[in-house]
Design a protein around this ligand. Structure first.
Ligand SMILES: [Zn+2]
Ligand SMILES: [Zn+2]
Length: 340
């Protein structure tokens, strides 16, 4: 046996966790399922730590050859952060099935909706003052697990667990001018985008976060269906609110009424640029128009009823343009813009 039993178990745990994980997750995974009788040890967690350190050239106590067979673990973001990866987690040498299995174990990257919720919590509970056991962190972890946006890509072992949520909150520290420490260095581009968009607009962020939670609570079915993958990726308020917005624009009887009234007046055209689908496309375009709901989706309340005057008939181009800017352009503003 090349390695001791501890090292084998740590490797197994990291493997299960997709190749990288926090100490916390490694402990939890080993606790659930391990070849070692952990209860025999008064402090088995320190055994785990010690064996990671002994087998990582990122530590001072490492005695073997750097990059050699005994250099097994690699510290992400520095030793103090407690996040470890298997140094040789070689995807390329694996067959397709194993690669797929690993891809499944790696959790999907955080989407806008999730970052919005995490940043919102960041502003009410600064991560430098709480820890991963905090009740709000645990609560957010549950909410993220109920968001219908990742399908079966999530690894049930550790998807958005409290520790992952807490670490994501810590990722925002590096942007915060009020934070004196260094913060985690690595992070996604989207984190920066979401931070830049909202750090001066905490109230707006809070409303959006509330609306997302209301949306998944009261309209679970509607927000579970992808309508347009590309568009929802771009929507600044995230997938959930995009779906909610589009649902409102599609199904409600008020939308049908709006169209019917326009057709009766023979006036089914874009209220902004006057594009007329029937004139342009003949039979094919007959009766076609899109409908934009002009009320910002971040004002979503569970019992908001759509009113006729909230709706604007638009062509597909104008509709996309309306969605592009925050706050949304009004019908008049976009009209003005086209004239120039
Ligand atoms: Zn138009
Ligand atoms: Zn719209």
């Amino acid at each position: 046996m090349l390695y001791n039993i501890w090292v084998d178990e740590i490797k197994k745990a990291l493997d299960k966790l997709g190749g990288r994980a926090s100490l916390e997750d490694i402990y939890n995974t080993m606790e659930r399922n391990s070849g070692i009788n952990l209860s025999k040890y008064t402090d088995w967690r320190s055994q785990v730590r010690k064996n990671i350190y002994l087998h990582s050239s990122d530590t001072d106590i490492f005695k073997y050859t750097t990059g050699g067979k005994m250099d097994l673990f690699h510290s992400i973001d520095g030793k103090g952060k407690g996040i470890w990866a298997l140094r040789f987690f070689e995807r390329d040498t694996l067959d397709d099935d194993s690669q797929e299995a690993i891809a499944k174990k790696r959790n999907p990257s955080w989407k806008r909706d999730e970052l919005i919720l995490a940043l919102n919590l960041y502003f009410s509970h600064n991560p430098s003052k709480i820890n991963n056991k905090h009740v709000e962190v645990v609560k957010l972890s549950k909410i993220l697990n109920s968001l219908p946006i990742h399908g079966d890509q999530a690894n049930p072992d550790n998807f958005r667990n409290p520790n992952g949520v807490y670490m994501k909150m810590c990722n925002f520290l590096r942007f915060d001018p009020n934070y004196k420490g260094k913060g985690l260095e690595r992070g996604s581009k989207l984190e920066k985008e979401v931070w830049d968009e909202f750090y001066k607009e905490k109230n707006k962020l809070h409303n959006i976060a509330q609306s997302i939670i209301l949306g998944i609570t009261y309209e679970k079915e509607q927000v579970s269906q992808t309508i347009n993958r590309d568009e929802e990726e771009e929507f600044p308020e995230g997938k959930i609110l995009y779906r909610l917005h589009r649902q409102r624009e599609r199904n409600s009887s008020v939308v049908k009424k709006k169209k019917r009234l326009a057709m009766e007046k023979n006036n089914l055209k874009c209220e902004i640029c006057t594009f007329d689908f029937f004139k342009k496309y003949g039979e094919l375009g007959y009766g076609f128009i899109e409908c934009h709901h002009a009320k910002p989706i971040s004002d979503y309340k569970e019992d908001t009823k759509t009113k006729l005057e909230d709706l604007v008939l638009v062509c597909s181009n104008c509709h996309r343009m309306l969605h592009r800017k925050r706050p949304w352009l009004s019908k008049e503003q976009l009209r003005q813009l086209i004239k120039q």
